[in-house]
Design a protein around this ligand. Structure first.
Ligand code: IPE
Ligand code: IPE
Ligand code: MG
Length: 245
């Protein structure tokens, strides 16, 4: 039986986050330049977004470019920024067709203006769609996010808009870039690396983690369904005992 057939319909994770890794290594294996891998990776984004929308996942967050990725060679960063614009222009009709709304998290002020504007246009254009919310983490890192939240909380306390004793988990969550979204139920990382790489450190506190050796350009829909089936057979205890669940 395929993994798709094994999926339990009433236990679909509401929020899936993915660290899309391995584009460069995949390209190298074909004897090609790293950008060839990034372009193939876009095809995987297209497929997995459609698959998630079809399953009824509410939020799909994709780590596309980290704060640390700004330190890559300039040619790769520049080419990635162009690829992002091309992709967003090309994919907007597909998002419309699949009733997907786009959001971004991260420090968009660091993006080239053309890239930022295309994203803002697509966010606006898809804002009325009611199906899957596709969240692209762009120029994002969790430590950057936590510092930003801390600054804004400190400023609200200083201005008398927030009382120190009222700060709790919910308040802090609402100062994160993911305010209004549920925490990820499932985190997938491709390419065999067993690390978080500064992604959603606050939000992943109780997420189920799934690592696969598959490189992102070769990550199939079946592999995606496999991760979901695996997730569905885990017991999430949130600190309680099995008997309490
Ligand atoms: C992930 O693939 C995409 C980005 C970080 C932009 P990589 O580019 O990290 O590919 P590897 O890890 O070098 O194979
Ligand atoms: C994490 O991948 C960031 C993205 C997928 C955008 P990296 O390839 O940048 O992470 P490290 O350097 O292997 O930790
Ligand atoms: Mg990598």
């Amino acid at each position: 039986m395929s993994f798709k057939e094994q999926i339990i319909q009433d236990r679909i994770p509401r929020h899936i986050a993915i660290i899309m890794d391995g584009n460069g290594r995949w390209a190298k294996r074909q004897g090609m330049a790293r950008m060839f891998g990034h372009r193939q990776g876009v095809e995987t984004v297209h497929r997995i977004t459609e698959a998630a929308a079809e399953l009824g996942v509410e939020y799909l967050t994709l780590y596309a470019f980290s704060t640390e990725n700004w330190n890559r060679p300039k040619e790769e960063v520049d080419a990635l920024m162009v690829l992002l614009v091309d992709t967003i222009v090309k994919e907007t009709p597909t998002l419309m067709k699949n009733n997907v709304s786009l959001q971004t998290i991260g420090d968009l002020s660091r993006l080239p203006q053309a890239t930022r504007n295309k994203f803002l246009e697509c966010i606006e254009q898809t804002s009325q769609n009611t199906g899957l919310t596709l969240v692209i983490a762009l120029s994002y890192s969790a430590r950057w996010e936590i510092i930003e939240a801390t600054k804004r909380i400190a400023s609200a306390v200083k201005d008398g808009e927030l009382l120190l004793e009222d700060i709790n988990e919910e308040v802090l969550s609402n100062y994160m870039t993911t305010a209004q979204m549920p925490d990820p139920d499932l985190l997938i990382r491709t390419s065999g690396e067993l690390r978080i790489s500064n992604f959603l450190l606050w939000q992943l506190a109780y997420s189920e983690l799934y690592f696969t050796n598959c490189l992102w350009p070769e990550f199939t829909n079946e592999e995606f369904y496999h991760a979901i089936v695996d997730y569905q057979h885990r017991e999430r205890r949130f600190g309680k005992t099995s008997e309490q669940i």
